[in-house]
Design a protein around this ligand. Structure first.
Ligand code: ADP
Length: 432
């Protein structure tokens, strides 16, 4: 302002000097010309400023006369604000990434329970789509009556378990509502489907074990009670031997179940087995000797064993797989049936152990369940032949620990083919 007044005064003085030396008209011309020059300079500066205002990210123009003093602090303030906003954005991005990385689902809602934001896991859990569901009421999205009842409570001290059906699949979700900020709500969801399944499996397992052990125990106790209550000498030696044998059988059955359970729990405690080179042909030959004793000459055995095909693994575990499949073939193949045992290298370079029988066979819908603990197609037949219902469950674990695969092909009345395929890297070439 003062600068402008000084300039006007200077032009006035110059005009006055010219007027007194030349003429009044010349003086006015000089003064007016000076004022016009000042206005033009001002207009140019303003147009430079106008251009800068369109893009405030750039520094302000330098030669804008008196405007310099005004623009410089404005620009400094703008720059500072920009830096602060960028810093805040970084924080927000970090928080959003953390919210996205949460293993649980999170949905935020305003005071009317309208969805404002949710992370990817919540979208998966509840089938939310933020683009279409933003500003929708949560109660329109999650219509489960159990949830509606839960949400109506004044306080939510504990989560609620919901069973939702999403894309034809039953899902168990643990859901917790919380108030936060100023009247906003947060919904946290956790998928507990697997936990529930494990819990059910555990319960079923305990029930199965108890049931399996209770039967022989009841028989054993019955005999013991009868023997205790009978007067001395009332049993003939033959009857005594008969009872003893029955009790021995039941005790053996319980022992077999407990032994198999212990084997299973040992196998489950470690996922992989490295082991040493195992002469599989030899292991199979040893198992065959025992199998022939069990068969008691009732079956025809065909063997096809590749020598020098060693396998890196745990010998005792592999031996249990070999004999389990062989024992099953004998137990589920009637008299005069043929059992073919093979150990060979496939064209793809894998090693295979297979047992084929011409026995009773298995229905297609039973095949996927055979490796479940205590699953038997025919309970009576399995028990009558000394089965625990755990053999194939053990086999499956050993197979998994050796990175192998168990394949079962079977047809009712036509027989079964059990094949265990070991990967190439388990084969040991120069073990001998
Ligand atoms: P189990 O001790 O009852 O034999 P497994 O786990 O070894 O238990 O086998 C599970 C069920 O699979 C058996 O009860 C039987 O019904 C069926 N099974 C297994 N092997 C054969 C086979 N070779 N032929 C027909 N059924 C079989």
């Amino acid at each position: 302002m003062i600068k402008s007044l000084v300039t006007v005064t200077l032009w006035g003085l110059t005009g006055w000097t010219v007027a007194s030396w030349i003429s009044l008209t010349a003086g006015w011309v000089v003064f007016t010309g000076g004022l016009i020059l000042m206005i033009l300079a001002s207009a140019m500066q303003l147009s430079q400023i106008r251009r800068w205002v369109r893009n405030l990210d750039n520094p302000p123009p330098v030669s804008v006369g008196p405007w310099n003093e005004i623009l410089a602090p404005i620009y400094r303030k703008l720059k500072k604000n920009r830096e602060e906003i960028s810093e805040l954005n970084k924080h927000i991005d970090a928080i959003m990434s953390a919210a996205e990385a949460l293993p649980d689902g999170a949905v935020t809602m305003d005071d009317n329970m309208l969805v404002t934001w949710c992370n990817g896991i919540a979208c998966e859990h509840l089938g939310l789509n933020l683009e279409t569901d933003r500003n929708q009421s949560l109660f329109n999205i999650l219509r489960d009556p159990v949830f509606l009842k839960y949400a109506r409570q004044p306080e939510w001290t504990a989560p609620v378990l919901l069973h939702l059906n999403r894309d034809g699949q039953e899902k168990a979700l643990l859901v917790q509502l919380t108030r936060y900020g100023q009247g906003q709500f947060l919904l946290v969801t956790r998928d507990v489907t697997q936990v529930e399944k494990l819990e059910t499996t555990r319960r079923d397992f305990v029930a199965n074990v108890s049931h399996e052990l209770r039967t022989p125990l009841t028989v054993l106790l019955g005999f013991l009670e009868t023997l205790r209550d009978m007067p001395d000498g009332s049993l003939t030696p033959e009857q005594k031997e008969y009872y003893n044998n029955l009790m021995f059988e039941q005790a053996q059955r319980m022992q077999a179940i407990v032994a198999d359970l212990l084997t299973l729990s040992t196998l489950e405690s470690s996922p992989t087995a490295d082991g040493d080179p195992v002469d599989m042909a030899q292991v199979i030959r040893t198992a065959l000797e025992q199998a022939r004793v069990l068969s008691n000459g009732q079956h025809v055995f065909v063997t096809n064993l590749a020598e020098d095909l060693y396998l890196k693994g745990m010998e005792t575990e592999l031996a249990s797989v070999v004999s389990n499949l062989l024992t099953n073939a004998i137990r589920y193949t009637p008299k005069d049936g043929t059992i073919t045992v093979s150990w060979y290298k496939t064209e793809q370079g894998q090693a295979c152990y297979s047992v084929q029988d011409t026995g009773i066979g298995i229905a297609g819908n039973d095949i996927p369940r055979l490796t479940e603990r205590f699953y038997r197609v025919d309970r009576g037949r399995s028990r009558a032949t000394g089965g625990t219902g755990l053999g194939l469950a053990i086999t499956k674990h050993v197979v998994m620990r050796h990175n192998a695969e168990l394949n079962i092909q079977s047809r009712i009345g036509a027989g079964s083919l059990f094949t265990v395929t070991f990967p190439r890297n388990r084969i040991v070439q120069d073990a001998a």
